[in-house]
Design a protein around this ligand. Sequence first.
Ligand SMILES: [Fe+2]
Length: 347
Amino acid sequence: MINNNYHYHNMTRLLITLIIFFSHPVISKEINLFTSRHYDSDFKLYKKFTQKTGIKVNIINGKSKVLEKRIYEEGKNSKADVLFLADAGALYSAQKKNLFTKIESKKINNKLPKNLRNDFWIAITKRARVLFYNPEKINKKDVQNISYEDLSNKKWKNSIAIRQANNIYNQSLIASLLEYNGPKNTFIWLKDFVNNFVRSPQGNDRAQILLVASGEAKLAIANTYYYALMLSGKKGDNQKKAAEKVKPIFPNQNNRGTHINISGAGILKNSPNKKNSLKFIEFLLTNEAQTHICNNSFEFPVIDNVKTNSFIDKIGKNFKEDNTISLSIYGERQTEAFKLMKKAGWN
Ligand SMILES: [Fe+2]
């Protein structure tokens, strides 16, 4: 009887082990992707990844701060595997909360230059924050050698359209100026820059471009992909026509280069599916995925030799990028930047 009982227990244990063993690959054939990106085209791309690997991608969409808070609060119980966010500052914020695990991948290291990755997150797309002008309203000569620093010049009084200070793209841009020019000079610059605003900041990046197209503003500051999105016609005929009236100018070509930001991803410390998460990120850096993402969102690819469509080509890819600054600086100095922006009267 004792023997039988013993035998019975062993059989049960074996059965449980077998169930765990066989169900394990099924359970782990998925990842939970937390992302602030909202492009339908991204979601289509993830389906391709699933077809290739059998790894399902469950998408949890939300604002970066909301996702960050949730992952932080759930701690060890978090089921989040990958966090994919726009803006280096947002990634840095999650990194500071100790949410990420280190990414170790020769594949990634060989593909990406050092300024586009750190131990915890890596760039998936690049964006440039540039100026737009209307060639019918101002002479190209007046802007072709322009720098961000020049935008405080009195000659641009009542000229500049830009969105609000709470916008993270603006905060990252000002963080970079803080790094290069120091707080004192940046504050002086900010006051003069704000004085040159054509109106109290409002609307998104496309709204600023529209203002230049209509002639109400001379210069708009916006990310390049918004311009391409308008040119593509995806935002309607009016915006397409407006975009066709304006031209981009890449600031600081004669010195450090134009301000570059990224969309990037990291694997979470408590991720239950770390291996599949790495596969997913490596997939996002393939030529196929880069082509897909950039041709739909109009951002710049982070790897070489990606064929991009005519809208991206129209922006121009051969400009000097500011790739000397560490992207983490955007996060490190964002709060400081925001405070100075507000103090200078940027609403
Ligand atoms: Fe954006």
